[in-house]
Design a protein around this ligand. Structure first.
Ligand code: PLP
Length: 429
């Protein structure tokens, strides 16, 4: 598999190299410049297979033979289900939250951790990742105890839920939790600065497990096929996915599935951080200051995967006008949660609620809508309970972690402080 730097097309790397580097020169994202679609007959036969077997074929098709024991890696990474659950008339939730940290990120992070272990050789690696909530938890869990790999997770202080923090900060060992006194965008900027610092990057063997890492995206492609596989052939004819978008990694994965031949429309669903919906409406890219919302993992005003979406749209000859899109305020999100719960009893957390409502608003007669359930409602228990008047139970694994003491370090959003902390922690000073 060959991948190109979107900012500097002369930088071309194989998949294993792109996974190790994370990001290319000038902070350019690695991406494919060609996707060979499956034939309709091949696609039908793939959809008849179980998740792991199908995912092996999809990823082998994309990646080729570069990763030793790819099938074993996929079987170990995808060891939980992604059920499609009916939430309303013609509306289904693709529940991606049945993995160990109860979020869709488990797919990408567990796959990446194993791929990286398989291709790193003897080199020590340091994963530096910025999280607006769930990435950090999934990455910490996926890499915990992996020999030769250290992990540093940055998150904005007070802007992720207590449970999200616990999932990041209670592991210890090779996992360091750092709360930054700032916003998610500032955390993300620190990660970008570190990757631009060549000396530091080499010294600590820097790698990112953010959704900028291509391995995470490719893993996520698999569950779009899983959703289609759980629908009837008739329902698949008018398939529409609604994706709750933050950094636009998840929807990029969906669009790769589409490029591979999965016939579907896409709805871009955002909260009040609506840079992309405004761009699609006006043609002007005008990010504003990030606003804190109920759907905090989507509180991103400069989504770093957007260049990949545009590259894919260009490559496939699609139009940005083909996307349906929308954004919801917190009040509208709460209303969406209540309306569906009153009607069908289905419990939505805020991210899924946004995707569900905007999907409903955009669904045409005869279509079947699938919105992505990206986090377990219990991860947003305070909001869910207060909004719906219920007592959403914490799954036992989460309840146990919630009682543990956090081990974390607080830093200002200052690159030199982060660098000094990491060099000390990794015993490199
Ligand atoms: C629960 C949840 N929903 C949606 C998103 C947005 O996904 P993406 O950043 O891939 O657009 C995230 C990202 O962290 C998330 O944690």
């Amino acid at each position: 598999m060959q991948l190109f730097n979107l900012k500097d097309h002369s930088e071309a790397v194989c998949f294993a190299e792109a996974v190790k580097r994370g990001i290319g020169r000038e902070q350019g994202l690695f991406f494919l410049d060609r996707i060979e679609p499956f034939s309709p007959a091949k696609l039908e036969s793939l959809l008849a297979l179980p998740l792991v077997e199908r995912s092996c074929r999809v990823l082998r098709h994309l990646i080729g033979d570069e990763v030793p024991e790819l099938e074993k890696i996929i079987a170990a990474a995808f060891n939980f289900k992604a059920p499609l659950v009916k939430a309303d008339d013609n509306l289904y939730a693709l529940e991606l939250f049945h993995g160990p940290t109860l979020a869709f990120k488990d797919f990408g992070a567990r796959f990446m951790a194993r791929v990286l272990s398989a291709v790193r050789g003897d080199k020590h690696l340091t994963i530096l990742t910025a999280t607006s909530g769930d990435t950090g938890a999934a990455v910490a869990d996926a890499f915990y105890g992996q020999p030769g790999i250290d992990v540093v997770v940055l998150y904005p202080k007070g802007k992720i839920s207590l449970l999200q923090e616990k999932l990041i900060a209670t592991l210890g060992g090779n996992i360091r939790a750092v709360e930054i006194d700032g916003t998610f965008d500032e955390c993300q900027d620190l990660v970008k600065r570190a990757f631009d610092d060549q000396d530091f990057r080499l010294k600590v063997g820097l790698n990112s497990a953010n959704s900028i890492n291509i391995s995470r995206l490719l893993a996520q492609v698999c569950y779009y096929f899983e959703a289609a596989a759980q629908l009837s052939a008739l329902q698949r004819k008018g398939l529409v996915f609604s994706v709750p978008c933050g950094n636009f990694g998840n929807i990029t994965a969906g669009l790769i599935a589409k490029a591979l031949g999965l016939d579907s429309r896409f709805v871009i669903s955002c909260n009040a951080n609506d840079t992309v919906p405004r761009y699609l409406q006006s043609g002007k890219w005008e990010p504003r200051a990030t606003i804190a919302t109920l759907s905090n993992a989507m509180d991103i005003s400069r989504p770093n995967n957007w260049p990949r979406v545009e590259a894919l749209v260009r490559m496939m000859g699609w139009q940005l006008d083909d996307f349906a899109f929308g954004s919801l305020s917190d009040d509208e999100t709460r209303t969406a949660m209540r309306v569906l719960h009153d009607k069908t009893g289905y419990v939505l957390e805020p991210h899924a609620a946004i995707a569900c409502k905007i999907l409903k608003d955009n669904l045409r007669p005869g279509e079947t809508g699938v919105f992505l359930g990206t986090a377990h409602p219990a991860k947003f228990k305070e909001i869910v309970d207060a909004t719906l008047g219920i007592d959403e139970p914490l799954p036992p694994a989460l309840a146990r972690r919630a009682r543990l003491e956090s081990i974390k370090t607080e830093l200002k959003p200052d690159y030199d402080s982060l660098k000094a902390f990491m060099l000390k922690e990794l015993s490199l000073v």
